[in-house]
Design a protein around this ligand. Structure first.
Ligand code: ATP
Length: 365
């Protein structure tokens, strides 16, 4: 799939723009703090219905504006869709697909598949398990509305169960009502565990291939699912941990505690990997997502690469460019290095200055 038109109004520092990107690699370049990442953010928002940087909807509205609009036209193999996003200062966001309001975010997923890679992606390997669960959930939600629904239900029940655990500390007789939540939690939790396991088996295979290519075979990668509860054991774990859960006033076991382990050359990349190896690992996982989305949906996602090239050596840059050939990509950078330039036509260059994006094909003189 690819985006054919982008309209933005009052989105962070991008006051007004309309561009028609190419189907291939589009390079958005300019100095620091001009609006490059903001531009990628607007595209990501249309895929996932939320900020990629964890910003609130209101923080995305331009400082001097009351509201913000994004409109994208997306061409798939057999459809043409229109996504409209409307953010307002004091109201809930409005999202519509082909003019029909989206009531739950799950209805938006799949209209635009996007894979993003940014320098912050290092946190996928380096930081706490929350980052890795977020990666898993974002990907699985894009691929499956059922997963999104299960996840929503699971977290809703988890919140209610945790509230009840705190109540039980004050009034132990309430413990009798806990089984109502436990039954539902296990049902949704087991489904989440199974979906994550299936996803990671495939991700492991593809990411290993990508990493081997990125490093010219020097490094190997294994991506392992580290579930907090093995399949079928969630109910028993909840039961076993009950006293501890009551003591903490919080549920100590379940998929909300899952993790992923990235092993580079057999060792935990988080602990032993160099900065470069961690970065390449995160990149391999993102590149694997592209293949997975294609396998599952038959569509190639749109790739958003935020300031990634400056961090990679020339051979990795070359492999990255080759491996994204054939899909639509939006690549931001501060300058265009010669090694990248030879892959890009001038028609696909967009210069950003102070929130204005100028297509270079219209700027030949
Ligand atoms: N809500 C907002 N309204 C208007 N401007 C904003 C808003 N939020 C952030 N900005 C401005 O956007 C600019 C940053 O844009 P962005 O993050 O896209 O930069 P960038 O071009 O990607 O730069 P870098 O190369 O440094 O990453 C900053 O000048 C910031 O003040």
């Amino acid at each position: 799939m690819y985006i054919t038109e982008i309209f933005l109004q009052g989105f962070r520092n991008l006051s007004q723009l309309h561009i028609e990107p190419s189907e291939g690699i589009n390079v958005i370049y300019g100095s620091n703090a001009q609006g490059k990442t903001n531009f990628l953010e607007s595209l990501y928002f249309c895929a996932m219905g939320r900020s990629m940087r964890g910003k609130s909807d209101q923080q995305l509205i331009a400082f001097d504006a009351q509201e913000s609009h994004i409109r994208l036209l997306v061409q798939t193999q057999n459809r043409r869709d229109k996504i409209d996003v409307h953010l307002k200062q004091n109201e809930k966001k409005g999202i519509a697909v082909n003019g029909l309001p989206v009531k739950r975010l799950g209805e938006l997923f799949g209209t635009l598949y996007a894979v993003i890679f940014s320098p912050e992606d290092l946190s996928l390997v380096k930081d706490a398990p929350t980052e890795r669960r977020r990666f898993l959930d974002m990907e699985l939600c894009q691929l499956s509305r059922v997963y999104y629904y299960d996840l929503q239900q699971y977290y809703r029940i988890l919140k209610q169960r945790n509230n009840l655990l705190k109540e039980i500390q004050k009034k132990p007789s309430l413990q009798e009502t806990l089984f109502v939540w436990d039954g539902q939690m296990v049902e949704y939790g087991e489904r989440i565990i199974a979906a994550r396991r299936r996803f990671l088996v495939r991700l492991d295979e593809i990411a290993a291939e990508k990493l081997a290519r990125l490093t010219g075979g020097r490094d190997s990668l294994q991506t392992l699912y580290k579930p907090n509860c093995e399949d079928g054991s969630f109910a028993e774990r909840l039961h076993r941990n009950l006293e501890r859960d009551i003591l903490f006033g919080a549920t100590q076991s379940g998929p909300h505690k899952d993790d992923i382990s990235f092993l580079v050359n057999g060792r935990e990349a988080k602990v032993y990997g160099s900065q470069g190896q961690q970065r390449t690992t995160a990149l391999a996982a993102r590149l694997a997502e592209i293949d997975l989305i294609r396998e599952e949906t038959g569509e190639l996602p749109v790739l958003l690469l935020d300031d990634v090239f400056s961090e990679l050596d020339e051979s990795r840059q070359k492999y990255l460019l080759e491996s994204i050939d054939g899909l639509q990509a939006f690549v931001t950078c501060t300058g265009i290095e010669d090694s990248v330039r030879k892959y890009i036509s001038r028609d696909n260059l967009f210069y950003v200055e102070n929130g204005t994006i100028i297509p270079q094909k219209e700027n030949r003189h």
